[in-house]
Design a protein around this ligand. Structure first.
Ligand code: NAD
Length: 280
């Protein structure tokens, strides 16, 4: 049984993953390049758990903080049963991390990526025991979203899939196992919608607020596609579309120029304070 889970990347996803694991009394080793990201992940965890408890949205009464160790040194991951990589959506960065994990982790440790789009099979090819590589695509915000899209590469063993399914049950998430194709299922469907919404704004057909109002009031979306893009991170949206365009070779996935302009200007959405909307 998985006792200790390593999480690399303490950004919005890594923080959320660490939080839900620790709330289920699972030991977490959280690693990031930036000490500031680690400090702010612990603060966010405390405030998020307090808010969820106040709203009655958390079954667990566990204080997660004693279950989370942090470090800027990947050696902290040496004895983990499972390591989940959740760093920036950039294949070269992720490849370098899995090369290091291949050296640092126990040979029986399961290695997972929270990537939104990058081939799990290509990442598996980096490590000596490729059958232990798997995709565990958590949704944002992790404490509230009940799904984990589990990605099974050609190399992934049934034991690795079963171990992740068991872990999902312990943290009260539903695991849906799918095949390893560019952007998997959720983003294959979601990102073209976000891209089209951006094109509508770019053409001047409607403002961001109007697009979101139309899609929430008219199509029953719980959140408009542009507010959602800001929440995901516009840099992440651009990386996913770029990858889909290259790998699926279909002009439908060509990122809207306005999306790239926003990213180049540093307007990354909620995490940078501005995207299609302004954030305090
Ligand atoms: P983020 O920008 O909030 O955080 C990324 C973190 O990774 C930062 O703290 C950064 O310091 C750290 N990092 C970068 N390079 C590193 C390295 N070499 N070693 C250690 N830490 C490093 O990004 P995010 O939104 O949390 O996304 C992380 C991953 O999760 C991406 O692969 C993304 O595609 C995926 N994902 C994102 C969402 C979403 O809605 N944002 C949803 C599902 C999956």
């Amino acid at each position: 049984m998985i006792q200790t889970v390593g999480v690399i990347g303490a950004g919005q996803m890594g923080q959320g993953i660490a939080q839900v694991l620790a709330c289920a009394s699972i030991n977490v080793c959280l690693v990031d390049l930036a000490q500031q990201a680690l400090d702010s992940a612990l603060l966010t965890t405390s405030s998020s758990v307090a808010k969820l408890q106040e709203k009655g949205k958390l079954n667990s009464a566990t204080n997660p903080l004693p279950f989370i160790q942090t470090s800027t040194d990947m050696q902290l991951l040496a004895d983990c049963d499972l390591v989940i990589e959740a760093v920036t959506e950039d294949e070269m960065t992720k490849r370098t991390i899995f090369e290091s994990l291949n050296q640092i982790c126990r040979p029986d440790a399961i290695l997972a990526s929270n990537t939104s789009s990058i081939s799990i099979g290509r990442l598996a090819a980096i490590v000596d025991q490729p059958e232990r590589m798997i995709g565990v695509h958590f949704m944002n915000p992790v404490p509230l979203m009940p799904l984990i899209e589990v990605i099974e590469a050609k190399q992934t063993s049934t034991e690795s899939v079963a171990a992740v399914q068991q872990l999902a049950e312990r943290i009260e998430k539903t695991a849906v196992v799918v095949k390893d194709r560019p952007a998997f299922v959720l983003n294959r469907i979601l990102l073209p919608t976000i891209n089209e919404a951006i094109r509508v704004v770019e053409e001047g057909t409607a403002s961001a607020e109007q697009v979101d109002q139309i899609m929430t009031l008219g199509a029953g979306f719980p959140m408009g596609p542009l507010a959602l893009a800001d929440m995901i991170g516009l840099d992440t949206c651009l990386s996913i579309l770029d990858l889909m365009f290259v790998e699926l070779k279909d002009s439908r996935y060509l990122p809207a120029p306005l999306l790239r302009e926003q990213v180049v200007a540093g307007r990354l959405g909620k995490k940078s304070g501005e995207g299609f909307y302004q954030y305090a």
